[in-house]
Design a protein around this ligand. Structure first.
Ligand code: SF4
Length: 301
């Protein structure tokens, strides 16, 4: 086999590489300027060919501080950034929170006054967007005038509206009370049912109202009542995430013993009012501080 010269080897290697079109200089033009015009034409579909300036390439300096720089930046270790992280609720920490709350609020109970399941159902409907104190002022007058489900179902809409006016949203609330009571009379013989399905089938009754009623009037723990306080504290304590009440309820249920579901809700509501308030939680004086990751807390006292 004849030996190949180094020059012929280079030629053979070049032949294997993908070939770029050879640029020939037009008469009267240098090869450099011919190359430039060829590239411009290739990238000019709809741009340079149409007289539109092609986008300029970003300089290295312009790219600094964008994606590559952000990716190489070490994660922030500031306490504030840490408080936006999600924290997995571990059983030991949750148990400590439950025990601490039990000690703090040994007499926790429903803040709405009621003597019968029907009264609690009506009071809970009235408590939407209203304080429990206000509801407790309104219900004695309402129940004196309309003592049972049949009386409330048969009452004039305007008459109920007048009595519950100060609780806000009085038209919707009056309608919800009358319709729920009509269903109770028609389907349950005037007695408030004892199951989640039957309660949520009543017009004007949602899952939260049903949970309040079952837990407090019948002592049946089928879920956790999730209101604005429970939502806020569950997030801050790293027990649940987000603002969807049903998702929060289902996140809390496996963490807390079932027999404590109703109480746990009362505890969080009481702690939310007394210490962990919405605007400026009193973290420095909070007995739960050592178990609390304070998720989302940016200002505290
Ligand atoms: S430590 Fe702060 S954020 Fe956590 S429960 Fe207590 S008051 Fe709320």
């Amino acid at each position: 086999m004849p030996r190949r010269s180094p020059r012929s080897k280079r030629k053979a290697a070049a032949a294997k590489l993908p070939q770029s079109p050879r640029v020939r200089s037009a008469p009267g033009k240098s090869r450099k300027s011919a190359t430039r015009s060829t590239h411009a034409t290739k990238g000019a579909r709809g741009t340079a060919a149409a007289g539109v300036k092609p986008a300029r390439k970003k300089s290295t300096r312009a790219l600094r501080g964008t994606k590559s720089a952000a990716a190489s930046r070490p994660p922030s270790k500031s306490p504030q950034a840490a408080r936006t992280r999600s924290v997995q609720p571990d059983p030991v920490r949750v148990r400590a929170i439950v025990e601490q709350l039990r000690e703090l609020y040994p007499d926790a109970k429903c803040a709405l006054d009621f003597a019968t399941p029907l009264q609690l159902l009506v009071a809970t409907i009235l408590s939407a967007q209203c304080t429990d104190e206000r509801v407790n002022k309104v219900t004695p007058v309402l129940f004196a005038a309309y003592p049972d489900a049949a009386a409330l179902a048969g009452a004039e809409q305007e008459a109920i509206e007048k009595l519950i006016h100060s609780t806000g949203f009085f038209r919707n609330k009056a309608k919800a009370i009358r319709e729920a009571c009509a269903d109770i009379v028609a389907k349950h013989g005037g007695q408030v049912p004892r199951t989640m399905d039957e309660l949520t089938a009543l017009r004007g009754v949602g899952r939260k109202t049903a949970n309040v009623l079952l837990g407090n009037a019948y002592g049946i723990n089928v879920g956790v009542v999730v209101d604005t306080h429970v939502t806020r504290l569950s997030n801050r304590l790293g027990l649940a995430q987000g603002t969807d009440a049903v998702k929060i309820e289902y996140a809390l249920m496996p963490l807390v013993p079932q027999e404590l579901w109703t109480l746990f809700s009362h505890w969080l509501i009481l702690h939310g009012r007394a210490v962990c308030n919405a605007r400026k939680p009193l973290c420095s004086a909070c007995p739960l501080a050592s178990h609390c990751p304070r998720i989302g807390v940016t200002v505290s006292a």
